[in-house]
Design a binder for this molecule. Sequence first.
Ligand SMILES: NC(=O)c1ccc[n+]([C@@H]2O[C@H](COP(=O)([O-])OP(=O)(O)OC[C@H]3O[C@@H](n4cnc5c(N)ncnc54)[C@H](OP(=O)(O)O)[C@@H]3O)[C@@H](O)[C@H]2O)c1
Length: 359
Amino acid sequence: MDAIVVGGVIGGNVVSNKQVVLRDYVTGFPNESDLVITPTTVNLKVPAGSSTVLVKNLYLSCDPYMRNRMRKPNSWSSATAQSFIPGKAISGFGVSKVIDSGNSDYREGDLLWGAVGWEEYSVITPIPNLHFKIHHTDVPLSYYTGVLGMPGMTAYAGFYEVCSPKKGETVFVSAASGAVGQLVGQFAKMMGCYVVGSAGSKEKVDLLKNKFGFDDAFNYKEENNLIAALKRCLPEGIDIYFENVGGKMLDAVIVNMKPHGRIAACGMISQYNLENQEGVYNLSLITYKRIRIEGFTVFDYFEKYPEFLEFVVPYIREGKLAYVEDVAEGLESAPAALVGLFHGKNVGKQLVAVSRDLE
Ligand SMILES: NC(=O)c1ccc[n+]([C@@H]2O[C@H](COP(=O)([O-])OP(=O)(O)OC[C@H]3O[C@@H](n4cnc5c(N)ncnc54)[C@H](OP(=O)(O)O)[C@@H]3O)[C@@H](O)[C@H]2O)c1
């Protein structure tokens, strides 16, 4: 006999659990149809003796690195995040509430952020520096997908640790209105730097100048000469480039870097959907200008998360740090939200509200 489903409850402790499943490995730009909403079920009680935690996912974070996980494993795989498995739910960062726990560190009702499946409920085994208990709840919970989560930590570590900024320096940020970029720009202003950002629409450029306090900004899609656009906004040159996009922008930036400038290579989203990556033609200037270019990944810095929270939470409470989010409602909207990142559809941090039910 078929199970009777009442309000998601199937019987006993078993409830329905929709998942976002990868149909197959992706080449080129991902499409919404590469991700399929699939019905499954989950038991809301963890098995006796298990140390796992059953969580209800409230918010899911859409992050560009997830595109690399849609790729068939290749020679890069050992250096990048593990590929998703076709036919299985994809995973990422989320904000969740504990429903049942066999783990002595987590109790029913606790809130946490960290790695979960893209689904309504996940069974997790908490791992230090991959799952973090949420203690500050006087700020929006969704912020733990952004300013108080992985992108916030990325901006903090990338700017303060990798860029070695000094007061009065010139800073350029690409993808500047996004989850990471909007914070880097504001951190740089706090430091007393002159900050310029690039973004892909007039609305985003307005945000940079009028909400996040950038000194100047331009829409890279409307510039036919990026070298000239950078020269116009930063005539003395660039001390620090916070690199989010790669490709043609990186090439133009190198020409405009000052001697002894620093480039923090956070990401290169313009390359993620290309089967053959673009060349960078001005690299030899790195030598003549004594430029330091350093890649980094946030995973090397999560030990500093408590220090980061102490730094950033007061700014949020005092209204001194702005954070713009783009919230897609419901798990069904997750595929479009994720794919939209690669077309610049998000204005601010893209996330998915899976459930706003905290009870
Ligand atoms: N190293 C790390 O540990 C780490 C951690 C987090 C993120 N990241 C990287 O940081 C970068 C920003 O991530 P985020 O989460 O803040 O994303 P985001 O900026 O919130 O969203 C992605 C944005 O990238 C821009 N974009 C998309 N395709 C582009 C293209 N072909 N050329 C130029 N810009 C393009 C779009 O903005 P426009 O409308 O402005 O084009 C889009 O809105 C990404 O490269 C990401 O991989 C690295």
